[in-house]
Design a protein around this ligand. Sequence first.
Ligand SMILES: [Zn+2]
Length: 232
Amino acid sequence: MKLKYMKQEKMPSDILASNPIISGRGSCCDDDECFADIPENVPENDPLALGKLSSAVYQMLEGIGEDTGREGLLKTPERVARSLRFLTRGYSQNPEELLKNAVFTESYDEMVVVRDIDIFSMCEHHMLPFFGKAHVAYIPDGKIVGLSKLARVVEVFARRLQVQERLTQQIRDAIVSVLNPKGVGVVIEARHMCMVMRGVEKLNSVTTTSAMSGQFITSESTRSEFLRLIKP
Ligand SMILES: [Zn+2]
């Protein structure tokens, strides 16, 4: 179904009022593929949010002086809207709940490290991507958590508008609050497109942030073991 706001003579606000439901499935390059397996009731497909975003993107295109009627841009408002909903879907997910569902009682008390977790996030200042790797470690105190859940927690926080510093701390705090372990260490290394693309031109600069708790703060040897284990 073609969206009404794609017709140039219509203003986005009129369209929103007359047709807030967006039912077409746009996607990158060609349609129906990227979003084909997303069910209707997930945040990516929330009609009201998609309507607001599409209309905003339409105005952005006008703002940068583009011809909103040309072929390549006809479905861009909807594509960008869906893409943004996907890239920020972490808002609708609760990382603590996610962890709680995979906690097991276990006496293992050595360091657990999951390294090289891919992160793709967006800086809240420019809404441009930053991406890189997260490394997460903890020392259990009677409770362990499914390893894949650590990566999922990273993803939930990354899929929001972020600053890298807060992202790092939120991951640490979620693990502390659910597992109450002897210590948590989180290190993130990332490249920020707002630095690379906007004329700052630090093409290869990597920003590193860390957040620690418990033994990762009090024990020099614990901290250096962690840092040694995550070295490339
Ligand atoms: Zn930025």
